[in-house]
Design a protein around this ligand. Structure first.
Ligand code: ADP
Ligand code: MG
Length: 213
């Protein structure tokens, strides 16, 4: 029986649904239940939810549902404040994408050697997860192109602003197609996030959940 808070109530690709069930993800967390229907319809979403609320699968299932694996181009970019968070997000996305053959998820973070990242980019990727500084470096140098980008995710956006990434984010956004889905997640909702959302999103659905599942 598929109640509204079961993943099986969503119109996800069968491969994603069966993998979720293999992972033991049956019931959606509150942010997933509130945001996924809008994300799957293609809306921009501004999501506010605490740590541990399942935000990665919220945006991850949205971008995996939209992704065309046979088109070997960067279709999604997830920006995170730190290398540790980017690694966690990439690990969770790889778990969620286990049933999608040949999907390539690449991390691009500062603190890691530059050369091997250039080599990996030459081989191609569907999804990039990275920190703003390093992603911008690769864009400036022409190692990374965003012409085929469908989904841009700003994860822990408040922390990225606190860390002084505002200008770098603007520079990255200038190089992204205007026609895209932008998902912005933040644990807090200060003025700076509100004004950033106004600049980078189109009519976002604002979704705020208090409870951690
Ligand atoms: P956040 O980014 O909001 O801090 P995460 O996306 O890192 O949270 O998720 C926290 C943990 O919850 C992860 O270990 C993830 O695997 C797990 N998780 C997420 N959604 C579900 C779900 N619907 N059912 C079971 N576990 C889940
Ligand atoms: Mg997170």
């Amino acid at each position: 029986m598929a109640s509204d808070s079961q993943f099986s109530s969503l119109n996800l690709k069968p491969a994603l649904l069966s993998n979720l069930s293999d992972l033991g993800y049956n019931t959606m967390t509150p942010i997933q239940a509130a945001a996924l229907p809008a994300i799957l319809q293609g809306s921009d979403v501004l999501g506010k939810a605490k740590t541990g609320s399942g935000k990665t699968a919220t945006f991850g299932l949205g971008l995996l549902q939209r992704l065309e694996v046979e088109r070997f181009r960067v279709q999604a970019l997830v920006l995170c404040p730190t290398r540790e968070l980017a690694d966690q997000v990439a690990a969770e996305l790889r778990k969620l994408a286990r049933s999608i053959h040949n999907i390539k998820i690449l991390t691009l973070c500062g603190g890691a050697a530059f050369g091997p990242q250039v080599g990996s980019l030459e081989h191609g990727a569907h999804i990039i997860v990275g920190t703003p500084g390093r992603v911008h470096d690769h864009l400036r140098k022409g190692n990374l192109q965003l012409g085929d980008l469908q989904t841009l995710v700003l994860d822990e956006a408040d922390r990225m602003l606190d860390m002084g990434f505002a200008e770098t984010l603007d520079a990255i956004l200038d190089l992204a197609p205007k026609q895209r889905q932008t998902l912005l997640f933040s644990a807090t909702y200060p003025e700076a996030i509100e004004s950033m959302a106004k600049r980078v999103q189109h009519n976002p659905q604002v979704i705020e959940v208090e409870a951690v599942h």
